[in-house]
Design a protein around this ligand. Sequence first.
Ligand code: SAM
Ligand code: SF4
Length: 470
Amino acid sequence: MNTMTTDQTAAAAADRSETETRRRKLFVKSYGCQMNVYDATRMADVLAPEGYDETSEIAEADLVILNTCHIRERASEKVFSELGKVREIKMERAAAGLATTIAVAGCVAQAEGKEILRRQKAVDLVIGPQSYHRLPEMLRLAKSGPVVETDFPVEDKFDHLASPAREKVASRGVTAFLTIQEGCDKFCTFCVVPYTRGAEMSRPVVKIVEEATHLVQAGVREITLLGQNVNAFHGLDEAGAICSLAGLVARLSHIPGLLRIRYMTSHPNDMADDLILAHRTLPALMPFLHLPVQSGSDRVLQAMNRKHCTRDYVELVARIRAQRPDIALSSDFIVGFPGETEAEFQDTLDLITQVGFASTYFFKYSMRPGTPGAEMDDQVPEDIKSERLARLQKLTDVQRHASHAAAVGQVMPVLFEKKGRHPGQIAGKTPYLQAVQVDGPAHLIGSEAMVEITGTSTNSLFGRLAERVS
Ligand code: SAM
Ligand code: SF4
């Protein structure tokens, strides 16, 4: 917790008057998941009234924020090597008479706290993910000495985060993230999230509807609802009743102009019947579902404390496909969890073959301090993890290509998001979250049009405009 010294109070007052007269530049670099991308936009929104405009040039930034990820060791270590580079820039700017403030935000900030200041003295502020609404105040304090703010404040940060101006939202494009749920109570034995993001909490429905409406009125056409366990959402509605994720999606689907709704990341155990049904009954809810299973071995799943077995997962997928046969599924996998044998890894490959995923994300198990997994004996050697990862990649590449190839010849709505790779091209996404490049006019960006898929490459589809639908 922080208390202001007399020096800090004076610095805060001086800084407030300075804000009125001078615009400053903010550079934010985000690591990790979509929730960090969302947090980065909200930090920029909080700092805009303080006189900060975003820049993509770190060398011209008066304030550099590294918005960090702690999920795997490599993600964490990247931050410290990046901080070394930012320190150099701070010194170069100082030589030119310019001050630079360096802030470390996100889950590394939460987990490492003061240790960051010990490892990198150039850092001015360390701020955890639950305190972003206090950024202006913390930056003022940091004027007179390094500050660490990693408490979980009692007030809801979302209530204190400023709404961005319409032009700002419009400049960010036609798709947007919206965090509706944070934290996790599941305590998978490999995962730091329950420690860095805290207990599970859902935002009130009315606040989410307000934020979504604001986004759509500024031109957003697709919203992805975010949460570490998004389908565990149980926000209160205006009458004080608990609203499920399906109920929330139904509410949001009435916002005029909102064409598409997605959500991630879901836990298999929270995939309620009403949500499965919503994939059939709500046209705005896209036929794509990121539903991590992590492993195809029941012993490993149990050691991971996932609280479901492979049969539960396969049956769940069957129930989802019964309602929405064309749904595209994706999953995360961890390779080389402590004790994973060759036969157990083979079970993972078998599950992938059985289910058939449109896309997959896989990670080598990374020991995270403080988690039960880090205490387990029989850690799998790195070379075995790498070898298994390569085999997993090969299999999932085949499945991704098959899902792309199956799209060729189909006509489907594409929401155009931006200009394409080449002049005269525009780029968008199918309902199944596949990237598509099309020859077409830029004025279609922000709208859906029917596209015939004509070809594929490694990561995207190609198509031609069939008919304009909106
Ligand atoms: N809540 C989601 C779920 O339960 O599936 C996942 C959230 S986590 C931020 C994203 C992914 O990171 C996980 O699905 C898992 O595959 C991966 N992950 C988490 N901890 C990891 C670790 N210690 N080593 C490797 N991968 C990890
Ligand atoms: Fe981490 Fe997801 Fe497990 Fe929660 S459910 S502990 S966020 S992997």
